[in-house]
Design a protein around this ligand. Structure first.
Ligand code: NAD
Length: 263
């Protein structure tokens, strides 16, 4: 897909790997200049160097759960580029192994996950929108999840955070529409990243049996690729989507559109 992002400055959180990296690559291929804001210095630096062969891409160390880090990120971006046109709130974490029900769920995991998946989205949106309000334009795209619409068991913090992100998206869209800022979310289903490859789909996958059952409920019969999500994000950045705001765009191979069994 081609969208003209010439001269646009895009900040993508959690873009050192996975879906964020695919978004960064696609935006660079469509002429944007991209800032990767990630907590992982090694991967972030490596990814920025790799993607710099396509276009202008730099890494800024950022922990989105840390307010000072977030303020500092946007100060640096504005110092460097004087504007910021696109924010993709992509950084997200979950409990991967040893998933448990609410009665055993630790406060540490609850706070850690809410800190990144929800507070991070709030802090970054709050910081970026001041500049966007002044320039009277901008796009904010939040990466939610199908679990933000339809919850799953044994990941209570994640499903709560993602549901909040979906409603935060709509509320932010309401507030920022008068300033020419569009705010939308993309809700991925199961996506094949380096992380999920090993865990869900690899030989020693910890959740292999559960994943087999899940795939049976996905009408398109396969997990998505990071590029499937990046394409949706790219669409929401472009001129072509200028009348869309407050929308949650589900990209899940049909997983949540209904029952896959006959009654
Ligand atoms: N992969 C999936 O199947 C799937 C499904 C639904 C939703 N999502 C959502 O998509 C987004 C990206 O997921 P992914 O699978 O690509 O993840 P990933 O684990 O492959 O990559 C996440 C990136 O975020 C970074 N990160 C983690 N904590 C951070 C923090 N505090 N501050 C800044 N960066 C931080 C990591 O270093 C990493 O580079 C997440 O919000 C996730 O919840 C993913």
């Amino acid at each position: 897909m081609k969208v003209d992002l010439t001269d646009k400055i895009a900040v993508i959180t959690g873009a050192a790997a996975g879906i964020g990296k695919a978004c960064a690559k696609l935006m660079l291929e469509n002429s944007a200049r991209v800032v990767i804001a990630d907590i992982n210095d090694e991967e972030g630096t490596k990814t920025a160097a790799e993607l710099s062969t396509i276009g202008e891409c730099e890494f800024i160390h950022t922990d989105v759960s840390n307010r000072e880090n977030v303020e500092c990120l946007f100060e640096k971006v504005l110092d460097r580029f004087e504007t910021v046109d696109i924010l993709v709130n992509n950084a997200g974490i979950n409990v991967i192994r040893n998933r448990v029900n609410i009665n055993e769920y630790s406060f540490e995991d609850w706070e850690r996950i809410l800190g990144v998946d929800l507070n991070g989205v709030f802090s970054c949106s709050r910081a970026v929108c001041r500049a966007m309000m002044e320039q009277k334009s901008g796009r904010i795209i939040n990466i939610g999840s199908v679990f933000g619409s339809v919850p799953a068991r044994k990941q209570i913090a994640y499903v709560a955070a993602k549901a909040a992100v979906h409603n935060l998206t709509r509320a932010t869209a309401l507030e920022l529409a008068p300033y020419g800022i569009n705010v939308n979310a993309v809700a991925p289903g199961s996506i094949l990243t380096e992380g999920t490859k090993e865990l869900f789909y690899g030989k020693e996958a910890a959740h292999a049996e559960a994943v087999k059952q899940m795939l049976a409920h996905i009408p398109l019969g396969r997990p998505g690729d990071p590029e499937d999500i990046a394409n949706a994000v790219l669409f929401l950045c472009g001129e072509e989507s200028k009348y869309i705001t407050g929308h949650i765009l589900t990209v899940d191979g049909g997983w949540t559109c209904g029952y896959t069994r006959d009654f």
